[in-house]
Design a protein around this ligand. Sequence first.
Ligand code: SAM
Ligand code: SF4
Length: 329
Amino acid sequence: MLIDTYGRMATDLRVSLTDRCNLRCTYCMPEEGLQWLAKPDLLTDDEIVRMVRIAVTDLGVTDVRFTGGEPLLRPGLVGIVERCAALDPRPRLSLTTNGIGLSRTADALSAAGLDRVNVSLDTLRPEVFRTLTRRNRHADVLAGLAAAAAAGLTPLKVNTVLMRGVNDEEAPDLLRWAVGHGYELRFIEQMPLDAQHGWQRADMVTADEILAALRTRFDLTAEGETVRGSAPAERWLVNGGPARVGVIGSVTRPFCRACDRTRLTADGQVRNCLFAREESDLRGPLRSGASDAEVAALWRAAMWGKKAGSGLDDPAFLQPDRPMSAIGG
Ligand code: SAM
Ligand code: SF4
């Protein structure tokens, strides 16, 4: 098991399949993109499947989410999903994507064994989408969402980051739209993980502000069973349910005490926290002949050292060197 000194157990693995992306969301990447990882540095498809196998057979991982960068840009994605779905025990498999190209791949991903997808969409307005992502692909995302729903990749969640003065007025409209389509909307507070280091706490739209805006149009009740540790409820019933909305206050309502995540970057580094400043190299040992048991032991050691919290509230907080797109959000 992947246990840390605070008694938390990591059962949810996030695997980044690439650091590349076809969008340039302003809260994530600069317009010119980033210095991408070189191909030889990326884990191969075989190496990724081996790492997932070790995680589920030796380390108690039950859920695997593929992310990036943009995971749909990984040529071997369908094969990776298929091979992970054949593992015993079979992990639940999900994908976080910007949705571009999903209209072409949703059926194949579902057939390969993918269970669910989260699609990121921050606005209902194509011109705002273009400002926010610096690309004119709004229609592609909507088509991807529809294809994912048709392929049964449900419950389908939509991730939204609000930016003050850009799309923050849209919160209630986004919720009405999501409820109408049967998608579960989740607002995520903007975190200091952008490559440009432009995040400012004062600019961030907080969970409290999001909830207040939603309550101007909807009745929200906390879902009693989902209270995480001492953190406030993360999911809310909309107008009595069954529709739900999530508000993830990673900055103002951190849920570190209940964190069950472990992360593998596209170049084979284990991270025990999104905000960790250290990571543990597993690619080196993997490529120099380490056994499954040796890799598992290194992974356990990496998780054992997980800190109590993200440190975001510490005045001495330092943003990790890797941006969100290279960690795997
Ligand atoms: N490209 C895929 C996508 O956008 O869904 C997967 C990777 S992306 C890094 C994963 C999630 O992180 C997205 O929902 C995105 O909105 C979110 N994200 C990126 N940068 C963020 C930031 N600075 N703060 C909060 N969420 C962020
Ligand atoms: Fe790409 Fe996702 Fe980052 Fe947007 S949030 S630039 S889609 S990796």
